[in-house]
Design a protein around this ligand. Structure first.
Ligand SMILES: Cc1ncc(COP(=O)(O)O)c(C=O)c1O
Length: 383
């Protein structure tokens, strides 16, 4: 058994050689997951919640010799594992505020003063756009504090995360049911990330069809700022199309821009209903125009809650959408993120979803009934 890491803060690698499988197994039995780095190497990470008992339990997975652990502890007591060259020698926390509040009461009053300066939903509407249509109820935010949700390590082995996978499957099915899409990726962590992932799927689709030259992204002037930013990030050229006085997409201008960029249209990004609450009456025609020009329709689903049960983007012509679950479906989020911006796609874009093309998994039978009950059975765009 050899410790490979010489300089460390909270993570080391040990080489357990032929005993690695045994150590891993013992650790799992006492509720500790180690990283199996292959070739007999095991990664061990600690954090501020690690207690001496955890270290002892871990030690026993490696060696039955408690006395040796005690001797090592005594030897290391107070010794730093960070070499002098990496240790901070300058002053820190020098800003006056770190020294101005020396009692708990002072600190409390200071924090209260700061919170009084905050413009938040508990006192007013925040003029930020559709993101702020609603305030999540506290009851909806509480589950994120449950360790079953919040304390799970993102790389926990699959057989320890079955509950999460069940939730993923239910959510994917529910999203497909309300949106009319065929596949969902839960990976994007915000609307903007969903836009990025969705546009990459569109780009991948064009490339797979030998049409890499399609690089124009049409975006109505009414769009949220993240739309042109995302298009730019995937290397598309943004072409802005006009809106009329009521905020509707100007169809004449759209036709003009499509003709101007014939053969180069990659996508149109359309928010429906739009940020200022407009349901484009011509949405089906808009989707048709883009498809006829060989483009794909990215329907920004930030405001999807406004159409659930009324219409389904996958059926009235859109190819891909993100859903800002943290804004319109009560998923807890923390002021600017993290959130959830899953994307739904029609089947032809599914192979271009992030990483593993993830078709919707079969639902456990218990859930299948309730989701079917809630979903819309009609295949028409209107439910
Ligand atoms: C229409 C629209 N699209 C996209 C976004 C971006 O979503 P997020 O803030 O989750 O990245 C927002 C939110 O502000 C939005 O209102």
């Amino acid at each position: 058994m050899k410790v490979e890491t010489s300089i460390f803060f909270d993570t080391i690698t040990i080489n357990a050689g032929a005993s690695a499988a045994l150590v891993l197994e013992r650790a799992r039995k006492v509720g500790i997951n180690l990283r199996d780095a292959g070739d007999g190497r095991l990664g061990i990470s600690c954090d501020e919640t690690t207690q001496p008992e955890h270290i002892k339990a871990l030690w026993r997975c490696v060696s039955p010799d408690d006395a040796r652990l005690a001797a090592l502890e005594a030897k290391l007591d107070g010794a730093s594992t960070i070499p002098a060259s990496l240790q901070r020698s300058g002053a820190f926390l020098t800003a006056a505020v770190f020294h101005a509040h020396r009692s708990e009461t002072d600190l409390l009053r200071y924090m209260r003063r700061l919170s009084d300066m905050d413009l938040a939903l508990d006192r007013t509407m925040i003029p930020l756009g559709s993101c702020t249509m609603k305030l999540n109820a506290t009851a909806e935010m509480i589950p994120i504090t449950w360790p079953e949700f919040g304390a799970l390590h993102p790389f926990a082995p699959a057989d320890q995360t079955e509950g999460y996978h069940e939730l993923f499957a239910i959510l994917e099915h529910a999203l497909c049911a309300v949106s009319g899409y065929d596949a969902v990726s839960l990976q994007p962590n915000s609307g903007a990330q969903g836009e990025y992932a969705g546009l990459l799927a569109i780009r991948g689709y064009h490339q797979a069809n030998g049409q890499s030259e399609r690089d124009v992204c049409l975006i109505p002037a009414s769009a949220h700022g993240t739309n042109p930013a995302s298009a730019q990030m995937v290397g598309m050229r943004v072409v802005v199309t006009a809106c009329d006085a009521a905020g509707n997409v100007d169809l004449e201008d759209l036709r003009k821009k499509i003709a101007q960029h014939e053969g180069r249209i990659a996508a149109l990004m359309l928010t429906y209903p739009s940020t200022h609450g407009v349901f484009e009456e011509a949405v089906v025609e808009i989707c048709d125009l883009v498809h006829e020009a060989g483009g794909q329709v990215y329907l920004d689903g930030a405001n999807m809650n406004a159409q659930v049960g009324l219409a389904r983007p996958g059926l009235y012509g859109a190819d891909v959408s993100h859903f800002n679950l943290h804004k319109t479906f009560c998923i807890p989020h923390g002021g600017g993120g993290p959130g959830m911006g899953p994307i739904g796609v029609k089947a032809h874009l599914a192979p271009h979803l992030p990483v593993v093309p993830r078709r919707v998994m079969p639902l456990p039978s218990r859930q299948r009934l309730s989701v079917q009950h809630r979903s819309c059975r009609s295949r028409s765009p209107m439910c």
